[in-house]
Design a protein around this ligand. Structure first.
Ligand SMILES: NC(=O)C1=CN([C@@H]2O[C@H](COP(=O)(O)OP(=O)(O)OC[C@H]3O[C@@H](n4cnc5c(N)ncnc54)[C@H](OP(=O)(O)O)[C@@H]3O)[C@@H](O)[C@H]2O)C=CC1
Ligand SMILES: Nc1nc2c(c(=O)[nH]1)N=C([C@H](O)[C@@H](O)CO)CN2
Length: 239
């Protein structure tokens, strides 16, 4: 088996699209899922290794890392995609929300990057090209978000980890972020929200998962880009 790409939170949406893309290329894939969406069964049938992982507590993170090491001795890349877009309006206990956001968006990537580096280094040693870590952050790393304060702060922490880990692991492992704005709406997003959100970017479209796939492919094909955040935001910064 080729050295797999690990994609966290790939049971739906962007992570699922990434997993399907790499499987279609003949690339071996390991995913984590929390909810056993029907799509996970399909990925498994297509050859993906699907590992249950709930990163909402430290035991869940360490249990996943131990399980991962029983499935592979090397990794081509780790794509930290798992995320919860939660907000203060839906969480009266702000302390719980803050801890939850920091754990899924910063602590989980931090621990996996530190404790699974050997798997990436084994790939680099056997192929003599760098392995990759990619963090899915968010446009709001640049601006903050008055309605998603803890979410934005946790994604900013992940953005900072990109810088630290790129310096720590160069030249054998490249570490980059992809910083999207709107990529795909959620099913529950109403027409008013969709119209308002589309106006926030210069391009004014819901671009879809292929934009993230293209961005991650660019980073994986580079042997030189590291420590950077690739914005995928339709020119939102200029509106
Ligand atoms: N969609 C968009 O337009 C944008 C996305 N992004 C970023 O891109 C990435 C992918 O976005 P999207 O596909 O919408 O993500 P989703 O909101 O669909 O979440 C992806 C997965 O993360 C999993 N997850 C959430 N919390 C946990 C947890 N505690 N433990 C384990 N898994 C967990 C979910 O599992 P479950 O299925 O069980 O809920 C879900 O399947 C994210 O990092 C997101 O922040 C950034 C900007 C815009
Ligand atoms: N985990 C998630 N993070 C984000 C999502 C999402 O659905 N899941 N969606 C967004 C929005 O699209 C935002 O970028 C535009 O309103 C942000 N993060």
């Amino acid at each position: 088996m080729t050295s797999p790409i690990l994609i966290t939170g790939a049971g739906q949406r962007i992570g699922l699209a990434l997993a399907k893309h790499y499987l279609a290329q003949g690339q071996s894939v390991i995913i984590t899922y929390r909810t056993r969406h029907q799509a996970v069964d399909l990925l498994e049938q297509q050859g993906a290794v699907c590992i249950f992982a709930d990163f909402s507590n430290d035991t869940g993170i360490s249990t996943f890392i131990n399980t991962l090491n029983t499935h592979t001795s090397s990794l081509r890349a780790i794509i930290h995609n798992a995320s919860s877009w939660d907000c203060e309006a839906n969480n009266p206990d702000f302390a719980v929300l803050f801890d939850s956001m920091m754990r899924i968006h910063a602590k989980t990537p931090y621990l996996i990057n530190l404790l699974c580096a050997d798997l990436l280094l084994n790939y680099q040693a056997s192929h003599n090209v760098p392995a990759d870590i990619i963090h899915l952050t968010d446009y709001v790393v640049e601006t903050g978000s008055p309605k998603h304060l803890a979410y934005a702060a946790s994604k900013a922490a992940l953005d900072n980890l990109t810088k630290s880990f790129s310096a720590k692991y160069a030249p054998n492992i490249k570490v980059n972020s992809v910083a999207p704005s709107l990529i795909i709406f959620n099913e529950h997003d109403d027409e008013a929200y969709r119209a308002k959100t589309l106006k926030k970017s210069l391009m004014g479209i819901e671009p879809g998962c292929q934009e993230i796939i293209n961005s991650i492919d660019l980073l994986l094909q580079s042997h030189y880009i590291t420590g950077r955040a690739l914005p995928v935001d339709g020119g939102r910064h200029l509106k």
